[in-house]
Write a protein that binds this ligand. Structure first.
Ligand SMILES: Nc1nc2c(ncn2[C@@H]2O[C@H](COP(=O)(O)OP(=O)(O)OP(=O)(O)O)[C@@H](O)[C@H]2O)c(=O)[nH]1
Ligand SMILES: [Mg+2]
Length: 259
């Protein structure tokens, strides 16, 4: 098996087989019908296989590609408008980003409906800063005379934004190059934060501090605090049964934190 790499994990371990490339895991998220599978097929070609997500009848496609001596494992997540886990698809996408912590998440957006698509981008950015926004269907945007100011949007979001027309392959070289840069920490990421009213921010800060103290290895503590304050039973259960944290941290119960 090739080694996994992630900023939150230890350095890649010694490679034991003939495949000596470091492997990075890349998730493809996005609203339905934005071109995720088209991007996936272009990048992975025939090096892909499909199955089902564990315990679900939702198809899971996985494939690989290489770039600059690195191997990338690409996971095509189900199309979702949000990550609030209201449907099986949303739950799969959200759990994957939270529990599997990919080295890079590409959010494929429809460049003709960018504002609507940015809702999901902002949600993903609350879970992970390791994001590349793929502004796809740029050919359709051109046809509708919608100009995309990728550089300005990149400044606002604090992560790379790459215009693409996946059906013709336009922009995909740049997309791969940016995926590589994010996965290898070669780019500085300043993900846009969603700021709430002072009262909510105060409660979030308090709960985030408690979570960080009790579960030092917890990823996305602020996002989890927001979900707990929103009464998200799924996230609460995941925290209690240790799926969100290492086994040691999970020995603490949420109840103990609050007593
Ligand atoms: N014009 C144009 N069409 C595209 C582009 N990318 C994808 N498409 C088309 O858009 C449609 C949807 O593409 P898919 O790749 O299936 O989109 P998806 O996001 O995987 O869709 P779901 O899995 O159903 O959420 C297909 O007909 C594609 O051929 C593009 O850049 N330009
Ligand atoms: Mg698809």
């Amino acid at each position: 098996m090739p080694a996994r790499a992630n900023a939150n994990r230890p350095a890649p371990q010694t490679i034991t087989d003939t495949d000596d490339a470091t492997e990075y895991v890349v998730a493809l998220a996005g609203n339905p019908n934005t071109g995720k599978s088209t991007v996936f097929n272009h990048l992975t070609g025939l090096r892909q296989h499909t199955g089902n997500w564990p315990g679900k009848t939702v198809t899971r496609a996985e494939g690989t590609f290489t770039h600059a001596g690195c191997r990338f494992r690409l996971i095509d997540l189900p199309g979702t408008y949000s990550l609030l886990a209201d449907s099986a698809d949303e739950q799969i996408a959200r759990d994957y980003l939270l529990f599997d912590q990919p080295d890079c998440t590409v959010v494929v957006c429809d460049a003709t409906l960018l504002e609507r698509n940015l809702h999901l981008v902002l949600q993903v950015l609350q879970i992970t800063p390791r994001v590349v926004v793929c502004a796809n269907l740029i050919d359709e945007a051109d046809r509708k005379q919608i100009a995309l100011e990728a550089h300005a949007i990149e400044g606002e979001l604090g992560v790379p934004v790459v215009p693409t027309a996946a059906r013709s392959g336009t922009g995909l070289d740049r997309l791969v190059e940016r995926i590589h840069a994010v996965a290898t920490n070669a780019v500085s990421l300043t993900p846009a934060a969603v700021v709430f009213d002072a009262e909510i921010e105060e409660a979030v800060a308090e709960l985030t501090a408690q979570l960080n103290q009790t579960f030092p290895a917890l990823p996305a503590a602020r996002w989890i605090a927001l979900r707990l304050l929103d009464g998200d039973a799924h996230v609460e259960r995941a925290l209690r049964d240790g799926r969100l944290v290492g086994k040691t941290d999970a020995a603490h119960s949420v109840g103990e934190t609050q007593s």
